[in-house]
Design a protein around this ligand. Sequence first.
Ligand code: GDP
Ligand code: MG
Length: 179
Amino acid sequence: MTGMFGKVKPCAECNLVLLGAMGCGKSALTVKFLTKRFISEYDPYLEDIYSSDELVDQQPVTVRVMDTCDQEGPVNCERYLSWANAFLVVYSINDMESFKDCQLYLQTLSMHKNTFRSQTPIILVGNKLDMDRYRHVSQSDGEAVAIRFDCSFFEVSACWDFLSVQYIFHEAVRRAKRG
Ligand code: GDP
Ligand code: MG
């Protein structure tokens, strides 16, 4: 398409999927990204897809976020494997079980690499950074797993500033575009 401003790009779209143990803060991160607010009590069994028109590096993009809820861990992953343009695999830094669970997700994703585009980027997110006093998963443990599974890695808190939460979602979009 060309117009008076030259080439007009079609509106880009990007599908993000949040994975991780129940209680690690997937919904809190999603709600923060979408509304800039921290909602402390969110229906733990709700799984949904939300849409937001974003500007990422001055480029408009419709970001869809699938906030998953798996009560059984990484089973029935067909619904998101081929849909996703990027994955955010979340654990809570004060919960070692959630860190183990996120490694199950990472293993599942690497097993299914042929089902989805193998370039689909994965971002490992250590959430609840405000709970640093009760930390059970060190930053270097997170980094080591990220290196092992070839993901990028960030630690955030869904109850701190909006911009650092927005950053990881936008980073997922950037990496998906590159992929
Ligand atoms: P989900 O099951 O992964 O969707 O987890 P939720 O988003 O429902 O969060 C589970 C619990 O952790 C809720 O009580 C949240 O208020 C709390 N929570 C989520 N994110 C944070 C965070 O960054 N810091 C703290 N302190 N609590 C959080
Ligand atoms: Mg949830």
